[in-house]
Each structure stands twice: as C-alpha cells, then as structure tokens.
Design a protein around this ligand. Sequence first.
Ligand code: TXA
Ligand code: MG
Length: 314
Amino acid sequence: MTAECLSADNPEHIQRAADLLSGGGLVGIPTETVYGLAARADNADAVARLYAAKGRPRFNPLIVHVSGLDMAQRLVELPPLAQHLSQAFWPGPLTLVLPKKPDAPVCDLANAGLDTLALRAPAHPATRALLERLDMPLVAPSANPSGAISPTTARHVLDGLGASIDLVLDGGACPVGVESTVVMIDDGRAILLRPGGLARTDIEAITGTLQSAPENSAPNSPGMLKSHYAPKAYVRLNALETGPGEVMLGFGAIAGHHNLSPDGDLAEAATSLFAALRKLDALGAKTIAVAPIPDEGLGEAINDRLQRASAPRT
Ligand code: TXA
Ligand code: MG
C-alpha cells in the first residue's frame, strides 16, 4: 500500500490529516524547510512507528512542532533569551532546545529520554492550520529514510517512505530547502547545535556570538551520525572541474550539470540543494563533484549538509 497524497490547499484534507494524526497515524507535512513526518508527540506507539518507518536510531531525538509561543509554554521553560528568539523568528526555520516541563505531553521516546525538548513553530500555512486544529504538539523529523537526502517535495516523501506512512499533504516545493537551525539555550548561553535555514548572523544579532557544541556532546544534532544526507553516488567537495565518471553540481561561475545558483545567491542554492543532489544521483554517475560554496549566510548550512553527504559510509 502506498500512502495517499492530498493537496494541502483544501481544508477537508487538513481535517483528514488531523483525524489520522489524532488516531496515531503518520502524515508527511510540508514546512518551509523540508517535508516532515508527523506523529502525535504524546503517543508512544505512533512515535515508535515513526522511528521504525525512518529506520532512525532511537537515541536521536525528534523536533517537536508547535503552533507558537503559547503551545511552547505548555511544554518547556522559556527563559528571556528564548522568548526573544521565538518572538523574532517564529514561525520560521529556528529550533530551540529548552528544559522540558515535567508534565509536557511528549512521550520519552520522542526526545530519547532527555530532560530537554527541541521545539519549533513551522511557517507553512497548511501545517500551521493543522497544528492549530489539533491543538497538540507534533513530532516531525525530516520525512526521509534515516541517512538519506531530505525531501523538499511531496514526491520525494512518497519515493522514500510511501509504503510505510498513511498520508502526505502536498504543499508544493519547500522554499528554504534545508532544515532549521538548532540552538540550545542553556543558562543564558546560546549554543549552535546544527546550522540551518536561519543564518547565524540573524541569530547573533540577538544572542551575541553563538557558542559551538563541544565535540562528542550527546546528542550532537545529527553530528553523531557523520554520514547523512547521502546520495548513492560518492560526493567530492570543492571541485573546480569534473574528473572521469563524475557529474558536477555547480555554483556561481562554475556551471556543472546543475548550477545551484548562477548568480551565486546562497538562499537560492539552499532551496534547490537536495532536489539537485537527487537529480544528479539519478544520472547514475559514480561521483558527484561539487563546486566550492562560500561558508557565509546559508552557505554554512549548505556546507554542513554537503560535508555529511561526502563523509565515509559505514
Ligand atoms: O527543519 C527542520 O528542522 C525539519 C522540519 C521537518 O521541521 N525537521 C528536522 O528534524 O530536521 P530531524 O529529526 O531530521 O532533526 C532533528 C535534529 C536532530 O539533529 C536532533 O539530534 C536534534 O534536532 N534534537 C532534537 N531534540 C534534541 C534535544 N533535546 N537536544 C539536542 N538536539 C536535539
Ligand atoms: Mg533529518
């Protein structure tokens, strides 16, 4: 059986998704970053099924999606810095890791038994409508088999997980294209756990210089799993031209078989990064060579994903 796929524009389809989720189902949902695979955060059976569908190790905790600050307040302690950040950037591609309230309706499996929760309010209108209708938090990791390239269209979700989930809401291609930036707030300090769709400088305007996560800190968003976002082909970084048997992912003046942004626009490059990796992978080459990407703005998230895509496979 393949999952149903329904347009996210139709309120009846949002209701269908809400009914399935209420009953413990798994639904692919559009967000501004990538598609998520949603389940009720308070339902351990649904969350167990979600980990199994993705083949995700259970020590890697999930992001809890909320409709906004009010719902967040029911789940976590929100120190002033976290309030400032959520007021500035929610709904949007920022995830905050905060102390979990003891009575938060989130099962232990969802956050791997930690005493913190990672929260974000996604910006896609259909998913906002869904969260408001349900009035309950949803866990939603990226809707791909663990370790594979994240999905930025409903088609990608069906290709990777169609056989093991109930429904996908098709809300079009994701405009940001890389996952949210994950920041832990600890004792008034802001620590960058994963670069993502909100640039470091935007966050640092509020927090001051972000600290980096200590090496080997558990859980180090998704750094404990070095190979990630991986196509079938090998990935070779900082390439200026193709070698034998290679296809080229270009940027700026380096054209390639697909150019992420001929104008050198990093936001545009982020938007098409994952779809481009899929497209080049489908050509069947042994190696995808990737042009250098500047490590500024959204380039930090792009380079993070590309480094994981090029990491040795286990
Ligand atoms: O943009 C996104 O964030 C997407 C969309 C669907 O919202 N979701 C996403 O989820 O990327 P996922 O599960 O693929 O990534 C969640 C990241 C992981 O790196 C995980 O280790 C980290 O968040 N994380 C979750 N809970 C955490 C916690 N309590 N402490 C530290 N890191 C946590
Ligand atoms: Mg993921």
